[in-house]
Design a protein around this ligand. Sequence first.
Ligand SMILES: [Ca+2]
Length: 244
Amino acid sequence: MGELNPPSHMRNISRLIPCLMTVCLVCEHSGAQTALAEPAELTKTRAVYQQQIKMATDPIKQKYVEYLEGLKKTYGAKGFLDAALAIQTEIDSLGIVTATPIGAKSDKIIIWNQNNGGKGDRGSKKVNVMLFAGGREVWSKKGIRLQWDADKQVQDEILVPALHVDKIRVEVTELVNDKGGLAEVEYIKGGKNAALGGAVVVSGYWETNPKHAAATLTDGLPETFWLLNDKQEGWAEITLKAGQ
Ligand SMILES: [Ca+2]
């Protein structure tokens, strides 16, 4: 009897094949019909349904985004940049527009170089930039090449992640004619310069001449400039205005 089983199975399978093919054809056919002739009521009701889902879920997403923003700041302040950026990616993926810009590159630093008031014998070629929050470094970029022109004053923009920052440090590492300096450092956040009028501490300034002291970096005037002593690299630390 066992010898008869295989042909019997084969017969069953061959009977099934046309049936399966018919089912497939029907499926395909009915699918095409639905796509071509969707009733207006369905389109309309689906739009209402999707709108209701959006209205119901947006407040939940909003709350989640608020939580993530707080978490991002906590990690940023502790110096865990990778964690902060991972949280930013999660926020971006939710597609929620919040009141405050959350774009990872919405903030920027603008560094105005100087040429010794048009004399063209002093300036800076390269800088390192560090961002701090609560005394910890949260972001840095090293070896940034600055534009410099002997006749006209030029500036560079450096895009930075939208993290909570309270202090920035600029290190001048390469000089023009061994005589460095900068005219102004701006920290643009939400369209405003958070460095304007901020307290500045510098490694030193040219012949302790007050005309070229630390405060010239945040006075909002590109024509006033900080000069380093000859043949010396140096740094400036700027405390951003509170509440920025
Ligand atoms: Ca200035």
